[in-house]
Write a protein that binds this ligand. Structure first.
Ligand SMILES: Nc1ncnc2c1ncn2[C@@H]1O[C@H](COP(=O)(O)OP(=O)(O)O)[C@@H](O)[C@H]1O
Ligand SMILES: [Mg+2]
Length: 249
């Protein structure tokens, strides 16, 4: 479970403070897929980076399975798989298997475990045919699979994807959707950010909408549709932003 409590994050840049997150509180239960929806600059990446222990909140705290992201970051890291953006960070001159072996060694996995994990992931993700080919010749969709496999080599219970399909074509985006379905079936807890509403409605149990660093909505899609008496998430999101904006004024 992820427990985010009153998290505020300020960046100091060019002699000015930028508040990227304002008192954000949110819980994500085990086995849940949460979609983080927000415009550019809303604070999505900052929130995911904070959960991933890559940055520290200015105030507030985050616990992952009861471990504090600041004081117990090693425990948190073990439980997380993270993929930021659609940049895969794979080595073109290595085969998919060699790439995965390399990252497995960074995770500290032993030789046997590495072999077993790669075989399993290659099977579930349908990568067997090209596991021993160089990544340089792969399509974006194939790369995406290898990148996601890399993210979950150590079999984390919780996976964070930050805008995983931004810049990808439709085929590669659907690869992502299919893999999230599979991971969800395995009981993984997943948070992914997106500004594509369709992706959120297709994959998520719950949605969190973030606007100018503030959480403007959090709940299941069903609750949201019922509350708003509308099934158009795009429309709901926009109207939440307008109302959120009024509240600020
Ligand atoms: N390292 C940083 N230094 C200064 N400002 C930052 C930094 N990271 C993010 N910000 C600012 O914080 C706000 C939220 O950014 P971000 O979390 O990247 O939004 P999103 O991922 O939703 O597009 C933006 O105003 C951004 O410019
Ligand atoms: Mg971002």
């Amino acid at each position: 479970m992820i427990h985010i409590q009153e998290v505020t994050k300020q960046f100091y840049e060019k002699k000015k403070y930028v508040t990227a997150l304002k008192h954000v509180s949110l819980k994500v239960e085990e086995g849940e897929v949460l979609g983080l929806l927000g415009e550019n600059g809303a604070g999505k990446t900052t929130l995911l980076r904070s959960i991933a222990t890559l940055i520290q909140p200015s105030s507030g705290e985050i616990q992952v399975d009861g471990f504090d992201t600041v004081k117990e970051s090693d425990e948190v890291k073990k439980r997380l798989g993270v993929l930021f953006g659609s940049e895969t960070g794979l080595y073109d001159r290595l085969t998919a298997r060699e790439n995965l072996e390399y990252f497995a060694s960074l995770y500290g996995l032993g030789a046997h475990e590495t072999k077993v994990r790669i075989e399993k992931l290659a099977k579930t993700f349908g990568m067997r045919d090209y596991l021993d080919r160089r990544v340089g010749s792969f399509s974006k969709g194939m790369r995406q699979k290898v990148a996601i496999a890399r993210t979950i080599l150590h079999d984390p219970d919780i996976i964070l994807f930050d805008e995983p399909t931004t810049g990808l074509d439709i085929t590669s985006s659907s690869v992502f959707r299919q893999l999230v379905h599979q991971l969800k079936g395995e009981g993984k807890t997943i948070i992914f950010s997106s500004h594509y509403v369709e992706e959120i409605t297709a994959l998520c149990d719950r949605v969190a909408m973030i606007h100018k660093g503030e959480l403007v909505y959090e709940g299941t899609l069903e609750e949201l549709y019922r509350e708003e008496n509308n099934q158009d998430l795009n429309y709901i999101f926009m109207s939440k932003l307008v109302r959120g904006g009024q509240k600020d004024a």
